[in-house]
Design a protein around this ligand. Structure first.
Ligand code: ZN
Length: 253
């Protein structure tokens, strides 16, 4: 098995080296080794919290309900640390082997690992936005409020309710991030999908765009994905094992 992973990691790097322009697309699988639960997985968050917790109408109906779960479940994202997958992806960018990271994750771990060009399709838990005037707040301010008083954080300026800067169900995806992601997908020679089942829009669409424009799709995921049928290569390994080998090989470059 170890030899198999090593061989695959080597082949993966060869593909990247022969490409001029590649990007990594990441999903929940990349952050589960950091202790961040997947939403829909076997031990997913939706087993512990109501499925409608990220419903935008419900949020405005009862923000206190949302913030109760937020405080219990999501503040711990802040203390999570990047794992070897985030770290190796950051090294790939540093070495010029990839140009961008497009992520469905909202935990900010790619940036913490050192990735520079990160596009967050679903926003980020690292900041909050006033639902009235649009003012952006850092997470420290909100955490302080939530720790000191058990209420809904409000805007200091206008009193509007603050909302995590993530995309709730019923909300549009951030247009700028989406436009950028499509541009990257169109231009790339190689799309590398990591830890995503490639069934949720728009993540499932980006590799398709790359393939339709003549690029290749490489999938690194334990288990089936929605786009296995159009993949140039599929590496069905545990992500931490695979990227550990990639990291070892990178050190020799
Ligand atoms: Zn405001």
């Amino acid at each position: 098995m170890k030899e198999e992973v090593k061989k695959a990691a080597k082949e993966f790097l060869e593909t990247l080296k022969s490409a001029e322009n590649s990007y990594v697309l990441t999903g929940a699988g990349v952050s589960t080794p950091s202790g961040i639960p997947d939403f829909r997985g076997k031990n997913g968050l939706y087993k512990a919290i109501p499925v409608d917790i990220f419903d935008i109408d419900k949020f405005f109906e009862d923000p206190e309900r949302y913030y109760k779960f937020h405080k219990e479940r999501f503040l711990s994202f802040k203390s999570a640390k990047p794992n070897i997958v985030h770290e190796t992806i950051a090294r790939l960018e540093e070495k010029g082997l990839i140009n961008a990271v497009i992520t469905q994750n909202i935990d900010g771990l790619h940036q913490r690992a050192g990735s520079k060009n990160v596009i967050e399709l679903h926003g980020s838990m690292d900041n909050y936005v006033c639902t009235k005037c649009g003012r952006v707040y850092g997470s420290e301010y909100v955490e302080k409020v939530l720790m000191e008083k058990e209420i809904v954080p409000k805007c200091e300026k206008c009193g509007g309710i603050l909302k995590p800067n993530i995309v709730f169900f019923g909300e549009a995806l951030p247009e700028m991030a989406l436009t950028k992601a499509y541009a990257i997908a169109e231009e790339a020679d190689v799309s590398i999908a990591v830890g995503t089942s490639l069934v949720v829009y728009p993540a499932a669409l980006l590799p398709k765009v790359t393939v339709e424009h003549g690029g290749k799709l490489v999938i690194i995921n334990m288990g089936e994905t929605g786009l296995d049928n159009i993949a140039y290569k599929k590496y069905n390994f545990e992500l931490t094992k695979f990227f550990n080998e990639v990291k070892n090989l990178l050190e020799a470059i």
